[in-house]
Design a protein around this ligand. Structure first.
Ligand code: COA
Length: 333
């Protein structure tokens, strides 16, 4: 009997405050037309003051637990993925653990930005298949709106990113029916760190926060948009092809492709490159912007709720982001 990892519950939570492109026009030098044309984004969610990443993660986790029809006390491990933790340290895994009342189970934080969900899924898959854990909560969440540079210097990024959280529950499954995670493939190229990063604070500086660094806007994330675009559109299709080949599948076998929602133009180019019709590609960036690690579990949960996935379907996930890191996963739902 071969054991695979099955996603038994999904959930997501986005903050209620909708920020449209027109709202952004009022606070920064941009236009609805520019944002829509370049990214397909129409609106995104921003948290109210004081709401932190662990709050969104907690809400998403509750929804995933409910959807898996388990009692939260059955969860035996937590994996959390985010680039925007509540604090520099510790990560949000332990905060979510305490909020859920699950002391003293282990809580691991994964820091792989837009690829964070698939990296975390890969880790969870190893633990489940080796029998170490039986019910893992994987949660990914981001609060990005509070630390974006809304001036001309940072506007390229400020319009793209949004806040939100998504979660899944993972359990072992006797896979005689072929269902479960079939594979995960992880990649990285650390030569591109400055292409998409938040450079400071860094222990390189003593003290780590100075007025000069604040004036130089070193605490805002920065991106070389063109390079990121070029690499994302190359590397995601490649990762998908490697994954399909590994499983003896073809693009025609895919029921739904869920790419990280970086930019709708990127998703369309990935689909075009793979020759997969857009109807088979999950796209919700118009409503949420780029929610980094949370984008795939949010999209997955929406796909489940919209009945776009049925048992036995081949679902392919792929992501690309800061690092660079990129990844793919194949699931038989
Ligand atoms: C950011 C991105 C949308 C820009 O698209 P682009 O086609 O390279 O941009 P264009 O060349 O058409 O436009 C650049 C111009 O728009 C301006 N601009 C940048 N942001 C703007 C904004 N929010 N509103 C209006 N104008 C803006 C720039 O200052 C530049 O002006 P200039 O030509 O006078 O110097 C695109 O590079 C991209 O999507 N990159 C990948 C981003 C991403 O997905 N990141 C996350 C990965 S996980």
């Amino acid at each position: 009997m071969s054991m695979r990892t099955l996603i038994t519950g999904t959930g997501h939570f986005v903050p209620p405050r909708v920020v449209t492109n027109f709202d952004l026009e009022k606070v920064m030098n941009t236009s609805d037309e520019w944002i829509r044309q370049r990214s397909g984004i129409v609106e995104r969610r921003h948290v109210e003051e004081g709401v932190m990443t662990s709050d969104l993660a907690y809400e998403a986790a509750l929804r995933a637990i409910e959807s898996a029809r388990i009692d939260r006390s059955e969860i035996d491990f937590i994996i959390a993925a985010t680039l925007s933790p509540d604090h520099y340290f510790p990560g949000i895994g332990v905060i979510v653990q305490a909020k859920l009342g699950l002391v003293p189970i282990g809580a691991l934080d994964v820091r792989n930005q837009c690829s964070g969900f698939i990296y975390a899924l890969s880790v969870a898959d190893q633990y489940i298949r080796t029998g170490v854990y039986k019910k893992i909560l994987l949660v990914a969440a981001e609060v990005q709106s509070t630390n974006l540079d809304y001036s001309d210097e940072g506007r390229e990024m400020a319009v793209l990113f949004g806040d939100g959280g998504g979660a899944v529950i993972l359990e072992p499954h006797d896979s005689t029916d072929g269902r479960g995670i079939l594979s995960t493939h992880l990649f990285a190229d650390g030569r591109h760190v400055p292409d998409l990063w938040l450079e400071k604070p860094s222990p390189k500086d003593k003290p780590t926060v100075t007025e000069e660094l604040v004036k130089a806007k070193k605490f805002f994330p920065r991106m070389d948009g063109r390079n990121v675009f070029k690499n994302a559109t190359e590397k995601m299709p490649k990762a998908v092809r490697i994954a399909l080949e590994h499983n003896g599948l073809t693009v025609d076998d895919i029921a739904l492709l869920i790419p990280h929602q970086a930019n709708d133009r990127i998703s369309q180019m990935v689909a075009h490159n793979l020759k997969i019709p857009l109807e088979k590609v999950m796209r919700n960036i118009d409503r949420y912007g780029n929610t980094t690690a949370a984008s795939i579990p949010i999209a997955l949960d929406e796909a489940v709720k919209e009945d776009r996935i049925k048992p036995g379907d081949i679902i392919v996930l792929t992501a690309f982001g800061s690092g660079y890191t990129w990844a793919s996963a194949v699931l038989r739902w």
